[in-house]
Write a protein that binds this ligand. Structure first.
Ligand SMILES: Cc1cc2nc3c(=O)[nH]c(=O)nc-3n(C[C@H](O)[C@H](O)[C@H](O)COP(=O)(O)OP(=O)(O)OC[C@H]3O[C@@H](n4cnc5c(N)ncnc54)[C@H](O)[C@@H]3O)c2cc1C
Length: 387
C-alpha cells in the first residue's frame, strides 16, 4: 500500500466505515485503520435494528437516507440486510395515544407506517401475549442487519472498491503538518493524509484523552442477551415495546409525551437502569433481547466495570415473558456493549488544526443514522456541499 491518502479514517465501526464509504464514492484515495483484528465495539454488539421511526426529525432524515444506502449496497453485495419492518407494541391506553400521535407526525413527513389493532397484532405476531398488547404501529420500510456480519462484509465490499484497510493496528498519534496530517501506528507505520476523521466510538484513552475528559461525552453500558434458536418460530419483524415508546426521541415530539412521562415513577427499576424491551430474531433463529443503560463520564469509563448485573438481566427476561410466550427463554449468550453520547448535543464533533476531525458520540442511533450522517459530513469536511 502507498502510505499517502486524501483521507484516513480511524475506527472501523459503523460510523467510521460509512465515512470511508462516502469518501470512496467521491473518488478519494482512502484508508481505514482499525485497532482490532475485527471491530469489537458497539457496532458488533448491538441489535442491528435500523429504525428511523425512533429518531427525532433531524435523525429520522439521516436514518431514512441510511435505509436507502443499506438497501443499495445490499442489492450489490450481501451485507446481511433484511427488510422486515419494525413494530412498536403499546401495552396501555397512554402508549396507544403516543402511537396514534407518532403516526400523524410520520404521515406529515411522508414516512410510511400502519396502525394495527390488537387483533391484527395477535394475528401477525405468534405467541404475543393477549394481556400485553393493545395496538401496534408498523414501519414497513425498516431493515435489520446481523451486526457481527454486516460490518465485516461492508469492509470486504469497500476493499473491492479500492479502500485500503489496516486492521489490528492502533493509531497512537496524529500530527498536523503545514499541509495535511501524519499518523503513527502501533506497527511503527507512518501514514500521511490530507485529512483525518477519527471515529473512535467510546475509546477515550489513546488519542486526546484530556479533550474527551473535559468534554460532555458520557458512556452508556447496555446489557444484551440471546436465546437459543427458537424451534419452529418466526418473529416477522423487529419488535419494540411499551418501554421503548416511553424512551425513544421520536415520541418526545408527540403532543401527549410530556404529560405521560410526568406520571411515571422515577424510582422504578426500569427507570433506574434504563431498561426497555426489544426483540429481534437473528438469522440463526435465536432472539436477541435487551436492553438496559448505565452511565459514566468519558473520563471515568472504568467505573462501569466488566460484569453483567444479573438483577438487570433477570428483570429484562421477566418483562420479556410478559410480552411474548417464546418457545424457549433458554439463554445461549449474554454480553454488554458501550456507546458514547453527548449530554448537550446529538453528536460530538471537534476539529483540531483544520484537518483532524473527531466525530463520535452518536449514541444509540449509530446503526440507523451513521450512513446518512456520514454522507453529509464528508460533503462538509471536503467542502463539497454545493458541488
Ligand atoms: C447493546 C447496543 C445495542 C444497540 N442497538 C442499536 C440498534 O439496534 N440500532 C441502532 O441504530 N443503534 C444501536 N446501537 C448503537 C450503535 O451500535 C452505535 O451507535 C454505533 O455502533 C457506534 O459506532 P461507532 O463506529 O461510533 O463506534 P464503535 O462501533 O465503538 O467503533 C469505534 C471503533 O474505533 C476503533 N478505534 C478506537 N480508537 C482507535 C485507534 N486509536 N486506532 C484504531 N482504531 C481505533 C475501535 O476499535 C472500534 O472498532 C446499540 C448499541 C449498543 C451498545
Amino acid at each position: 500500500m502507498n502510505n499517502s491518502y486524501d483521507l484516513i479514517v480511524l475506527g472501523g465501526g459503523v460510523l467510521g466505515t460509512f465515512h470511508a464509504y462516502h469518501a470512496i464514492n467521491k473518488g478519494f484515495k482512502v484508508a481505514l485503520i482499525e485497532k482490532d483484528a475485527q471491530p469489537q465495539g458497539a457496532t458488533v454488539r448491538n441489535f442491528g435494528q435500523v429504525v428511523p421511526s425512533g429518531m427525532d426529525s433531524k435523525w429520522q432524515n439521516f436514518g431514512r437516507e441510511s435505509l436507502a444506502i443499506y438497501k443499495e449496497i445490499q442489492s450489490q453485495f450481501d451485507i446481511s440486510v433484511r427488510q422486515e419492518g419494525s413494530i412498536y407494541l403499546a401495552s396501555n391506553e397512554e402508549e396507544v395515544q403516543l402511537l396514534e400521535e407518532l403516526k400523524e407526525i410520520n404521515d406529515s413527513n411522508s414516512y410510511s407506517s400502519e396502525l394495527l389493532t390488537k387483533k391484527q397484532c395477535l394475528e401477525n405476531y405468534p405467541n404475543l401475549r393477549e394481556d400485553y398488547v393493545k395496538a401496534g404501529l408498523f414501519f414497513p420500510e425498516e431493515v435489520k442487519v446481523e451486526p457481527r456480519v454486516m460490518i465485516n462484509r461492508l469492509h470486504q465490499y469497500l476493499k473491492q472498491k479500492g479502500l485500503d484497510i489496516y486492521t489490528g493496528e492502533t493509531v497512537l498519534e496524529c500530527d498536523a503538518l503545514r499541509s495535511g496530517v501524519q499518523l503513527y501506528t502501533s506497527k511503527s507505520r507512518i501514514l500521511s493524509s490530507s485529512k483525518v476523521i477519527i471515529c473512535n466510538g467510546s475509546e477515550f484513552k489513546i488519542l486526546y484523552p484530556k479533550l474527551f475528559e473535559e468534554s460532555d461525552l458520557i458512556v452508556s453500558k447496555l446489557q444484551m442477551m440471546q436465546t437459543k434458536a427458537q424451534p419452529n418460530y418466526m418473529l416477522p419483524s423487529s419488535v419494540l415495546t411499551g418501554l421503548s415508546i416511553r424512551r425513544y426521541e421520536a415520541f418526545a415530539e408527540c403532543p401527549s409525551y410530556a404529560s405521560i412521562k410526568e406520571k411515571e415513577d422515577s424510582e422504578s427499576f426500569e427507570r433506574k437502569w434504563g431498561v426497555h424491551i426489544l426483540f429481534k430474531q437473528a438469522a440463526d433463529g435465536s432472539i436477541i433481547i435487551g436492553d438496559s443503560h448505565e452511565y459514566a463520564p468519558a473520563g471515568r469509563i472504568d467505573k462501569l466495570g466488566f460484569d453483567l448485573n444479573m438483577d438487570v438481566d433477570n428483570f429484562i427476561i421477566e418483562e420479556a415473558k410478559k410480552i411474548f410466550d417464546l418457545p424457549t427463554y433458554d439463554i445461549q449468550n449474554r454480553w454488554f456493549g458501550m456507546y458514547s453520547q453527548c449530554q448537550n448535543s446529538d453528536i460530538f464533533q471537534h476539529t483540531i488544526d483544520e484537518d483532524i476531525h473527531i466525530v463520535t458520540g452518536i449514541g444509540g442511533k449509530g446503526m440507523t443514522g451513521s450512513a446518512g450522517f456520514a454522507k453529509q459530513n464528508i460533503n462538509s469536511i471536503f467542502n463539497l456541499e454545493h458541488a
